[in-house]
Ligand binder design. Structure first.
Ligand SMILES: Nc1ncnc2c1ncn2[C@@H]1O[C@H](COP(=O)(O)OP(=O)(O)OP(=O)(O)O)[C@@H](O)[C@H]1O
Ligand SMILES: [Mg+2]
Length: 275
């Protein structure tokens, strides 16, 4: 049922690394996990052990309206993966147009994924705004915004608090309430890392802030076709803690009064059934 999206206004901050490892930890903890790659870089599959010559993908073939289940690839980490797939430039433009003009083509498939109460969908997004992310964001329970603990990243924190980085208006501001911030590649005791962490905690207020240590073992794991969480070290520890935090937030994400009867508002009921 719940969906967590790894997003960032910046590139190269660790979205894919965090998405892959959180998905793997949630799967290892017994959840049914679908990994959904919205990024044309098509990199989530590499973290999850899919061979590099596997080019098929869910997003790349979205226009064909194949049911999402047909695009699933089982992975070693027990995450059922929907890779983005390879798109040549012309097809990438056509996909962008499709997502801009008919976002529901993607949103409806994701809603169908979320129909199973026990299923968790973990989304890896491209850096910055994208039509694919805009189609999926309204369905997110937790928006995990990843930044580095440097000054370039810190400059984005105010726009995460207000939701401006997600777009303009009330809907973006409402989505921002679901944001948690992850500072990646933190070096504890380094003055800049500490200062950015203090600033982030102050700015985010009640919203969660997590950290992942800078750890060469995290980068080396991918070169060895392993997930960092399969090994040991500060990076692996923090990634497991992050997954546990997200697991808790997703459980809390369901409104406490979800099962309470709601007023029917007769006019809305009949408007909803008009053709
Ligand atoms: N905690 C960490 N410690 C050390 N290296 C890290 C850590 N997290 C990520 N990296 C490395 O940083 C690089 C960027 O990571 P990743 O590809 O996950 O970022 P991204 O935000 O998904 O990038 P893009 O915007 O291109 O999609 C990779 O080489 C990865 O191995
Ligand atoms: Mg990425």
């Amino acid at each position: 049922m719940p969906l967590v999206a790894f997003v960032s206004p910046k590139g190269g901050v660790g979205k894919t690394t965090l998405a892959a490892n959180v998905a793997a930890v949630l799967a290892a903890r017994g959840h049914e996990v679908v990994g959904l790659d919205l990024d044309p870089q098509n990199a989530l599959r590499l973290h999850l052990g899919v061979p590099i010559d596997h080019d098929d993908g869910f997003l790349a073939q979205l226009g064909q309206e194949r049911p999402w289940r047909e695009g699933l690839r089982q992975t070693r980490a027990n995450v059922a993966l929907l890779p983005h797939g390879y798109t040549e430039p012309h097809a990438a433009l056509a996909l962008t147009r499709l997502l801009l003009e008919q976002p529901e083509v993607l949103a409806n498939q994701v809603k169908d994924m979320l129909a199973a109460p026990q299923r968790v969908v973990v989304v890896d997004a491209p850096p910055g705004p994208s039509p694919a992310l805009s189609a999926v964001l309204p369905l997110a329970d937790v928006i995990c915004v990843v930044l580095l603990s440097d000054s370039g990243s810190a400059s984005f924190i105010p726009s995460i608090v207000t939701g401006r980085f997600l777009g303009r208006g009330t809907l973006a501001a409402r989505s921002a309430l679901k944001a948690m911030l992850v500072l990646n590649q933190v070096e504890l005791g380094a003055p800049l890392s500490d200062a950015v962490l203090d600033f982030a905690q102050q700015a985010m207020g009640d919203r969660p802030v997590s950290v992942v240590a800078r750890d060469p073992a995290v980068a080396e794991a991918l070169a060895d076709r392993r997930l960092p969480v399969e090994g040991a070290g500060p990076g692996a520890d923090d990634l497991v803690l992050l997954a546990e935090r997200i697991e808790g937030l997703l459980a809390l994400a369901a409104p406490p009064d979800r099962d309470k009867p709601r007023p029917a508002f007769s006019a809305l009921a009949s408007w909803g059934h008009r053709r």
